[in-house]
Write a protein that binds this ligand. Structure first.
Ligand SMILES: *Cc1c(COP(=O)(O)O)cnc(C)c1O
Length: 425
């Protein structure tokens, strides 16, 4: 199947007389004929559902669609993108371990790693995604368990060199985790470039309509945990909480990561997506392949307009010829990148505030990557807990404005920006 078809059809095939749409199984629990039947589920000896804190059929159908789109072997939904990124790392790195991470990642993920997960005893080394080979090599430690980056960094719009980081990760016997939220599998499939685990904030383009917060984790099924058994005891040694099963042995390359993540982390943390939200997410997924090209087309025109405007100091958009990441974007995303643009005004921080007050079509919202055009000044909102040094290291300077171009008629978006720009001194 092509991706356009998967968006509509993957994950659920109704049988004779069954509902055409993915059904919402709005139930906390599931009934069995005998205790033995249920016991097999608790032992991970049989597949099935017993409690929606761990797994729900609606969620699994939607996860299977995303898994197909990404070209993975197994997938799961989480309650948010934050939960997806937390689980993806915590599933293989615990107290005393270390992770190499691109410094330009989303502020929320940066805080999760650099503050909260450090408190859990996990160490992170943040590297410039364009660092030298020497610097990258030096970032690894004997206790490194994973490498993490974003296909297109939110909001720095740095295009991640997936192949290079995958090779570095594999040379050190660890997997590469890629947050593919901004590109979506319509524009880039990180697994094809060597990534092992892919995560999403489905809150963004996948849902696409500002309706539901959610996340997803997809396993590419290629990383050989057993070949690096000493590094990943959680996958390669018996789990006492399930009568001593060893995930990598019992569920193989394709299933071990997601099964462990569900059986241990979802069981204990319960960061499950509500089945109703999974249903809404599926509605968004059905049109994803139609919406993404429109986002990219609109963003390209808006970026060109901004670049030619006298009051605009700079524009970053990987689709603009001359952009630092133009060539790399062409390699990884030949059909377009995303709808998000960042730019700065000649008047800096103060001009940004004045300009944003005048906008009518583009609305100020702590959100990006959906049908509605929205705008944000990160230094004053999402990233305000970061210092100026951290902002610059993360590629989000104090003057940066993040504009998420929606799928309205681009003439209305440009006219709105034009009148707001005209109003500032
Ligand atoms: C929004 C976002 C997240 C966090 O996702 P939530 O669904 O808001 O928890 C993680 N990564 C990226 C790239 C994001 O844009």
């Amino acid at each position: 199947m092509e991706r356009e078809t998967m968006c509509i059809q993957a994950g659920y095939t109704p049988q004779n007389g069954e509902s055409r749409m993915i059904p919402i199984i709005q139930s906390t629990t599931f009934k069995y004929d005998t205790s033995e039947d249920m016991g097999k589920l608790f032992d991970l000896e049989a597949e099935g559902y017993f409690y929606t804190r761990l797994q729900n059929p609606t969620n699994d159908m939607v996860a299977a669609k995303i898994c197909a789109l990404e070209g993975g072997t197994a997938g799961m939904l989480t309650s948010s993108g934050q939960a997806a990124n937390f689980f993806s790392v915590f599933n293989i790195a615990t107290c005393g371990d270390h992770v190499v991470c691109a410094s330009t990642i989303y502020g929320g993920t940066f805080n999760l790693f650099n503050v909260t997960m450090r408190k859990m005893g996990i160490d992170f080394t943040f590297v410039d995604p364009d660092c030298s080979d020497e610097e990258l090599k030096n970032a690894f430690k004997p206790n490194t368990k994973a490498v993490f980056g974003e296909t297109i960094a939110n909001p720095a719009l740095v295009v991640f060199d997936i192949e290079r980081f995958a090779n570095a990760a594999h040379a050190h016997g660890v997997p590469l985790i890629v947050d593919n939220t901004f590109a979506t599998p319509i524009n880039c499939r990180p697994i094809e470039w060597g990534a092992d685990i892919v995560t999403h904030s489905t809150t963004k383009y996948m849902d696409g309509h500002d309706a539901t917060v959610g996340g997803a984790i997809i396993d590419g099924g290629k990383f050989d945990w057993m070949a690096h058994a000493d590094k990943f005891p959680g996958l390669t040694t018996p789990d006492d909480s399930y009568h001593g099963i060893t995930y990598a042995e019992k569920f193989g390359l394709g299933g071990a990561f997601i099964t462990k993540c569900t059986a241990q982390l979802m069981r204990d943390f319960g960061s499950i997506q509500a089945p109703m939200n999974a249903y809404f997410l599926n509605l968004g997924l059905e049109s994803l392949a139609v919406r993404m090209p429109r986002h990219c087309e609109n963003a390209q025109k808006v970026a060109e307009f901004l670049q030619g405007h006298e009051k605009v100091a700079w524009v970053t958009y990987p689709g603009l010829p001359g952009d630092k990441y133009y060539e790399r974007a062409k390699k990884y995303m030949p059909n377009g990148t995303c709808g998000v643009i960042s730019f700065g005004l000649k008047g800096g921080r103060a001009a940004a505030e004045a300009f944003m007050k005048k906008l009518k079509v583009a609305m100020i919202a702590t959100h990006v990557a959906d049908a509605h055009t929205c705008i944000l000044h990160p230094a004053n909102s999402t990233h305000r807990q970061l210092t100026d040094e951290e902002l610059i290291a993360g590629g989000v300077g104090p003057d940066l404005i993040r504009l998420s171009v929606g799928i309205e008629n681009v003439k209305d978006i440009i006219a709105d920006l034009e009148q707001a720009l005209a109003s500032i001194q």
